[in-house]
Design a protein around this ligand. Structure first.
Ligand SMILES: [Zn+2]
Length: 203
């Protein structure tokens, strides 16, 4: 089934975390699924990310020239990104045994797809035209290692996705208030009603 790349699927706020979130229900082995299962879907993701992450990627266009060749590198980059930042947001520490594999995957992606960083500022240089998605994701993941980025990475209280909390007071709990925030609210409401009914029966 084709994925519709809605704004909700870009709730990570930063490209590397949007990619990490292409695994849905990561913690639930029975229901977990991978939106990058089909290599073509990575191409469609790149197209959507070009629009949603225009600012981060310097207005360049993200492409995937060789989807089946890039897929194993993309998946490895995604998994090492998720493992490091998920752990760091819980433990408050970056473990070298998680950092080394991430740096290794970033190096592979940047080797496979050369790209220019903007000198003197974070991120990709504008005006490069097309950029391979895997290179842009590597640059994005590396940018998250900066302390001011790292300490804003959160895990959604409902769906478990990673997101960058850009709010002023740093108190965001949901990846997307309109989806995950409301779902939690509905669940709480349902539980409360059920409890009330239970009490009536008991009385
Ligand atoms: Zn969520």
């Amino acid at each position: 089934m084709e994925t519709i790349w809605t704004p909700h699927r870009f709730s990570g706020e930063v490209l590397a975390l949007d990619v990490a979130n292409t695994v849905v229900l990561r913690d639930d082995p029975d229901r977990r699924f991978d939106r990058f299962e089909q290599a073509d879907e990575i191409v469609r993701f790149a197209r959507a990310a070009t629009a949603f992450r225009a600012e981060e990627i310097g207005g360049n266009t993200l492409v995937v020239s060789d989807p089946s060749g890039a897929k194993p590198r993309m998946v490895a980059l995604r998994e090492t990104t998720d493992a490091l930042f998920r752990d760091a947001s819980v433990s408050g520490a970056i473990r070298s045994e998680r950092l080394a594999p991430l740096l290794d995957q970033c190096a592979r992606a940047l080797e496979a797809a050369p790209v220019m960083f903007a000198a003197g500022q974070a991120g990709l240089r504008a005006g490069q035209g097309t950029i391979e998605l895997e290179a842009a994701v590597a640059v994005s993941a590396l940018s998250l290692l900066a302390p001011e980025m790292q300490r804003r990475i959160r895990i959604c209280g409902n769906c478990g996705w990673l997101f960058l909390d850009r709010s002023r007071n740093g108190s965001r709990v949901w990846c997307d208030m309109t989806v995950c925030g409301n779902r939690q609210k509905a669940r709480r409401h349902y539980r409360r009603r059920r409890d009330d009914e239970g009490r009536t029966v008991d009385a």
